[in-house]
Design a protein around this ligand. Structure first.
Ligand code: ASP
Length: 493
């Protein structure tokens, strides 16, 4: 650290260092006052004897001026300055800046954290920079106003959702991250157990079963901002983990859950300044959506609404419960033993008029589920259902998927047991927070809404993961790695 004292005598310096920090935005109301500012050198214009810096902190930017000082400072280094707030005068005011009518004449300053030459440019939105350098230096990339805005908005949105739910008696409860491999439609991420070598935990694809068990436990209204982890094939904008607003309610009908969720979404979107197309979200039958839009997610906006980044939400209902297994989908092939699998969620309740067929395991292609999906601007934003809480119904779902009595016990025996110990009727939903923020921020990729997303090839940001580990870590876990030759041979199969 080096302190440039400017014209301040040493005893005066001691006094000013004890001064409280002023946030940059507050300087606009502190003309003729001495302030201490701390922040980053956003930009610098050096005119020989006089140097102008735009100093940045979390509240904004202000121009600071140094006479015979500041010129050696490098862009993006972190400094503390003490100086006098002065009016800029009409002619020099900068209308673009909230602090544009003032500037701070620097008396002394300290370098708190130097910055070497930047490995990526921070000018502009960064979208033209390759993904690898952006994510390697994500802590720099995140300094961009665009990403600062996205992450702050995400935080506000989650805060709004929490407040809305707390007001309605919801309880926020965490569920385990280390759990058992489940049949939820995707590949599990497995975690080896050190205490029981050869056995594995699975990371949760969602809190589905635990949240249902919280209904058995009598909480009636649960929510969680939950991290979900699925080992799915990567797409350009999708990593292995994502965040859901997960909720579950007891003693509810399908329309009661949909109403609660719709009211919550409208209110929270309003808090962060989102614009809605419709006051009431249209409810569209799955078959009609397929006929009309060719898919169960669709964009209801006009061209003008697209330009204005309006959000067009809609519900889709009356989905088929079952479908034939897609042979290319490893998780589907693994989860089903009969060639039939669920379209959305094996824990759902069929619509009342199909319960008998479901129990009889007949007319499988006709059975509709109580599933409801929320779509927005062409994306699925969330989905949920009323759950099967009658053990016979859940058992039938797994029988339809070809499970033997023993396999059913092994997979969902704990749920069937809970359903025999006083489980209320219940239903819920999960909303994708990353996607909702992506749409609100008018971004094209989920990565623009996540602080440290993965690369498109599944590598972690900033640090290199996945990576090799120490041999003794593997020994402890009872794991041995096949030779590279064996692994390549496996991959070529
Ligand atoms: N567990 C479901 C999912 O992650 C959501 C739900 O039905 O509540 O898609």
């Amino acid at each position: 650290m080096s302190t440039k004292e400017g014209c301040s005598p040493p005893h005066f310096l001691a006094i000013i260092q004890a001064m409280n920090r002023t946030l940059i935005l507050e300087t606009k109301d502190k003309v003729s006052q001495q302030v201490k500012l701390q922040g980053w050198v956003n930009s610098k214009r050096d005119h020989g004897k006089i140097t102008f810096i735009d100093l940045r902190d979390r509240s904004g930017l202000v121009q600071i001026v140094g006479f015979q000082k500041l010129s050696e400072l490098r862009i993006e280094s972190v400094i503390e300055v003490v100086g006098m707030v002065k009016p800029r005068g009409e002619k020099y005011a900068n209308e673009q800046l909230a602090t544009g009518k003032v500037e701070v004449e620097v008396e002394s300053y300290t370098l708190l954290g130097d910055c070497e030459e930047l490995p990526i440019t921070l000018d502009g939105d960064g979208l033209n920079i390759g993904e690898a350098p952006r994510l390697k230096y994500r802590y720099l990339d995140l300094r961009r106003p665009r990403l600062q805005h996205n992450l702050r908005m995400r935080s506000q949105l989650v805060d709004a959702l929490r407040q809305i739910l707390f007001k309605q008696d919801f309880v926020e409860i965490e569920t385990p991250m280390l759990t058992k491999s489940t049949k939820e439609g995707a590949r599990d991420f497995l975690v080896p157990s050190r205490f029981q070598p050869g056995k594995f935990y699975a990371l949760p694809q969602s809190p589905q079963q635990y949240k249902q068990l919280l209904m058995t436990a009598g909480f009636e209204r649960y929510f969680q901002v939950a991290r979900c982890i699925r080992d799915e094939d990567l797409r350009a904008d999708r990593g292995f983990e994502f965040t859901q607003l997960d909720l579950e309610m007891s003693f509810v009908t399908q329309s009661a859950v949909m109403q609660t969720v719709e009211a919550m979404v409208k209110q929270a979107v309003g808090v962060v300044g989102g614009k809605l197309k419709q006051k009431d979200f249209p409810v569209i039958d799955y078959q009609d959506a397929i006929k009309k839009y060719g898919a169960d997610k669709f964009d209801l906006r006009s061209e003008q609404e697209k330009k204005d980044n309006v959000l067009a939400f809609a519900w889709v209902v009356n989905f088929p419960f079952f479908k034939k297994v897609d042979k290319k989908d490893i998780a589907e092939v693994r989860d089903s033993k009969s060639g039939w699998t669920f379209t959305h969620n094996p824990f759902s309740q069929p619509k009342p008029e199909f319960v008998q067929d479901h129990l009889n395991q007949q007319n499988l292609d006709k059975i509709l589920t109580t599933q409801y999906d929320l779509v927005c601007n062409g994306y699925e934003i969330g989905g949920g259902s009323i759950r099967a809480h009658d053990p016979a119904v859940l058992e039938a779902t797994f029988k339809i998927m070809g499970y033997s009595a023993e396999q059913i016990q092994e997979s969902v025996g704990h749920m069937l047991r809970a359903f025999k110990l006083g489980t209320p009727p219940h239903g819920g939903i999960a909303l994708g927070i990353d996607r909702l923020v992506m749409l609100l921020a008018n971004e094209k990729s989920l990565k623009e809404t996540i602080a440290f997303p993965m690369t498109s090839t599944g590598r972690t940001a900033v640090m290199v993961g996945p990576n090799v580990v120490e041999p003794d870590q593997l020994t402890e876990l009872g794991i041995s790695i096949k030779s590279q030759a064996d692994l390549s041979a496996r991959d070529q199969k």
